[in-house]
Write a protein that binds this ligand. Sequence first.
Ligand code: SF4
Length: 425
Amino acid sequence: MHFLLTTLGCKVNQYESSGLSAELERFGFKPAFGIESAAIFILNSCTVTENSDKKTRQLLNSARSKNPRVITVLTGCFPQAFPEKARELGADIICGTSKRSELLALILSFMETRAAIDKITDLPDTYEEFSVFSTDKDFSPNSGRTRAFIKIQDGCDCNCAYCIVPKARGNPRSRPPDSIRAEAEAAAGAGYKELVLTGINLTKYEFGLYEAVSIAAQFAERVRLSSVEPDLLTDALLEKLAQIKKLCPHFHLSLQSGSDSILKRMGRRYTADEYYKKVQKIRSLFKTPAFTTDMMTGFPGETEEEFVESLGFARKAGFSKIHVFPFSARAGTAAASMENQVPENIRRERRNRLLSAADEMRREFLTAQIGRTLSVLVEKRTSADEVFGHAENYTPVKILSKTAQKNDILSVTVIKAENGFCVGK
Ligand code: SF4
């Protein structure tokens, strides 16, 4: 039987989808090429913005209209955070972000009984084991990627004013180091040279981020951190992390705003100045580090002055990439009921202004790579003369080479910067 698995959202959701897909394939199901040929449609949803909920509704309705006989499975953050709204969508099987390892059994049970299954449960207090790669299973998924995500942490209790994630993912829970070791070894054994440690709030990893990176570095040639919260990234931790030469100097350091008054109202746990000091600390410890970030526009009460301050700070920090989100009120968060909600058109106008500043910063970052020698993991061949990959600091590079293979790690000198990537030889 064939299944179609669609994933919305973050690297943790993608990791869990890979694990689910591997589970189904181990059992004998096959990935479908399209909804028309699928017996089962699984939607692993996200609920970070109103838009993601809209997408979830559209994808489910479209699957059913294109293939009325398909079994529909709705899982992930949307049903966990908004169970009633999710139930209205009428999926055959519905469950949240916990008990992912039971989804195969639920599908088999539904295929037998055809009775709708509602398995949205409270979130656990301990880390739920669910791996993608494993040495004791005779099948390791080959996602065709050159880097493997390894989930090490789940949940968050920071309760930033705009964020629905704690409701969808629960309290912080950490994966035991031995379990990480087993999966890192299996992923490296499956040929992955880069391991990306991921979690909902990595800096809440209770066994220590340094320990987790050290473990992964025993098996991989490169270790990357998905995203980290600035407040928990202490100088002492940074000094220890800098000793691990395999750690990629690319930090996705979530900022959200560069205005202290906004950061305060958001309930973020640092000032713009403290954030900047963190960036400078990393620059003093790592060779040619790169910083990417998330920023929000139009947070309730945001004045033009506060926005301009935030924009100015972003330029000062010099990000290589900024993911920009216009504020989206999530029911159940503090920000949703705050006064002075910024009109939608203002939120979007400010998003566009920040995006164009971000493009400028990206061009400056790529230009600054010219003349540098970078280590690039080849992801694909783009023509007879060229391959493409990402450097340790996540610079996208096209490499002039007739012989390089996917998964090679090459030392490349950057000769020019073009639209969105560098060219090297
Ligand atoms: S740190 Fe804040 S923004 Fe990030 S997941 Fe936790 S509550 Fe959400």
